[in-house]
Every structure is written in C-alpha cells, then in structure tokens.
Design a protein around this ligand. Sequence first.
Ligand code: PA5
Length: 435
Amino acid sequence: MVTTRFITEGAHSFLPQDLFIAEKESINNAYNQLVTKQGAGNDFLGWLSLPEEISTDDISKINCVASRLQAQSEVVVVIGIGGSYLGARAVIEALQSHFRMLEANADCPLVLFAGNNISEDYLYDLQKVLDKKEYSLIVISKSGTTTEPAIAFRIFKEHCEKKYGKEGAKKRIVAITDRARGALKKSADSEGYDTFVIPDDVGGRYSVLTPVGLLPIAVAGYDIQLLIKGARDMREALLTQTHIDNNPAMQYALIRNYLYNNGKRVEMMVTYEPRLYYFIEWYKQLFGESEGKENKGIFPAGATFSTDLHSLGQYIQEGERLLFETVISVENANHTLPIPFDEQNIDGLNYLQQKKIHEINLTAEIGTRIAHIDGGVPNLRIAIPNISEVTLGELIYFFEFSCALGGYLLNINPFNQPGVEAYKRNMFKLLGKPE
Ligand code: PA5
C-alpha cells in the first residue's frame, strides 16, 4: 500500500473539467508505450523493474561493502556527477540531521561529495579535511570518462595511496561503473578495487535504486531495503492501476502537460522541509535532462518555503504568470519541540504556544497555497506522511515513472541527453584534449 497521495484540488480552476476524458487517448498511449516498452529510448527501461529485481544477494553485497567502509572510515567521499551522485545525496540529506557535519562520534561515517564541479578551491578544501580523517572513496561513473569525477578521482586516489599505501588504498576505494566499458572500469580491474555494475539499461538519472544510490545510502547508515520497499509499493500501484482515475503518475504527467501547453512553462517544485533541498535537486536533474529537448519541455525549478517566500515569493505571487507549483507536502515532522510560554509575551507569540511548530509550517503551506492560486499559480500536491526511507522510495519511483510519461506526452525520448555534450565539446577543444 502506498502512503503517498497526489492531490489536484489546487489546480482544478485552471483545468477543463473533462481533462482526463478529453486526453484519455494521449495519456493511455504514453502509458502503453512505457509499460509495453515500445516507446523511444526503450533500451533504457531497466529502472522500471529495479525494485522487483534487486535480489537479497545484491543487497547483502552492498551492505557488506558498506559495513567495511563504515568500520574503516570517519568520512566516505562519493565521487560522481549528475545521476551518478544526486540520488544518493537526495536520500542521505533527507534522512540525516541538518547538522550531521557537526556531530562528532556518530555511528556512521559522514558522506561527502566530490567530482560534481571543477572548483579547485572545493577540491583543495576537501583534501585538507581528508589529511586529518580516516576515509574511503566511492567513485561512480557509468561512462567512466566524465571529466569532473575523473579529475577528483585522480586527486583523491593519489592522496589515498600516499596516506594508506597502494595496498591499503585498494581496500578503501570502491568503483561503480559500466560492466565492460570506460576508463574507470579499466582502472578498477587493473587495481583490483571492489566494483559494482551499473546495468546497461539504466541511465544515470534513473540509477538511484542501483548500487549508484544504494551503496552511499547504506554507508550513511540508512536502510536500503525500506527504500526499495517504498519503490516496490509505488511500482505495484502504478502498474496495476491502468486507469487514469486511479493512477497518480498518469494524472500528474497529464496535468503538467496540459498546464505547459497552456502557458505554464515552469514547474516550481516546492518543499517546506529544508531536508528535501537535494531531493528537489534530484527532481530538477531527472526532469530537466529527460524533458528539455527539441526546443520543448517544462523548466524544472525548485524552492524551499517558507525561506524562499521572502525572496521568490513576490515573483510567484505577482510576477509573470508562467509558473505552476508542485508541493511535496510532509504531513508529520519526525520530532517535536514545544514553543515555550513566556510570561511577558513581548514578542506576542503566546498565541502559538499550544501549537506544534510543524502545524504552523503546515498552516503556512495552506495560506501560501490559497494566495498563490488566487494569484494565478496552479497548485499540485504530493503528500507523504513523513520523511522516511519508505516514503522516499515511493517518491523516487513516482517521479521516475511520471517523468517518462511526461517525455512521451511531449513526443521526445526521455532517456537520452544529447544536449549535455555541447559544453563538453567546446571545453575539450579549448583545453586541447587529444582526439
Ligand atoms: O543522467 C545522466 O545520464 C547524467 O546526468 C549522468 O549521470 C552524468 O552526466 C554522469 O555521467 P557518468 O555516470 O557517465 O559519469
């Protein structure tokens, strides 16, 4: 049973009443293309069955390597970019304390990320940290040739070998890459690193439920079986409910597509929980790289409220009317903290004293929703009971499935990314990379 609910009320006044009936054929076509694997990019549909296919052996191997890395490390650096890091970061940051960085003596290593930029200062700063910490490296690249992680890996591999010796470093480096191709695969084989395979039919941004996401998440101390359970529950719901009235991914994909075709060119994915900041970064990558092609596609933006209500809020309320909002609404906080009573009440806050802080946050959400709908911003909600491995697993599969449907509704291939090569070509030419 899935716990996630998709709620469309806040968009009703912007949609024709008979949308699901009028567009039945197009959404059914998109759905059939996906589930019968007849659509564009159908050699990249391995993610569809990942939650079912992952075996107990696969999970044990991941947990076993994770335990070793945990035992020997205060810090584990995950080197990767795009789909090769954002899924892990999204889940870890959603589950860990906001201030995990400052927690000494935590049970599990702190997971840090590198190879997702080319900043010399970032790499220098991280190297300084690693001088003083016991650490391990997880290097992730499907192609095995991406420049950003390759530079970071070269630096930290050398650092690791200097610090622990060649043999010691071998036990501290894990590679996740293609079965057969690429420089990383070659180097992992020749050095004898522990290696996990990214399946051929799973693209980077759909790979969070492979070792790409699962190993770093397990290292950070989270239960990957629960994450997979959430994804499996959502998969079952989306594959058994073939009618749009009962299928939230079909509804979401179709409504997004209608809004896009009617001038709402930007989707603002909103959270009221700062822990979901990187989940929204993952969403931006998933949808941006999947849908934005052939001069089409919704621009995926993100915001954290109420923080951004004090900055972007003005634009959303009164700026150009090109936005719709999708709110990941978290119904319960995982912790409680009372608001103290104050005799003097100089700040006038005693009226809130009986309320939970989360209730105030939810009230901000309702007030904002009403204001934004009044201001011409359609509002969709994806509600989860709380933030947990299970609900994150549900959300991951829900967004992946909806994104694929959205691509088919746009009549593009949601599984390639030809556009990201353009900057690389220029950069390599300017750097004088040998052919
Ligand atoms: O979704 C994608 O395919 C991309 O974002 C890739 O994950 C990203 O470019 C990294 O590629 P690689 O894993 O080959 O280093």
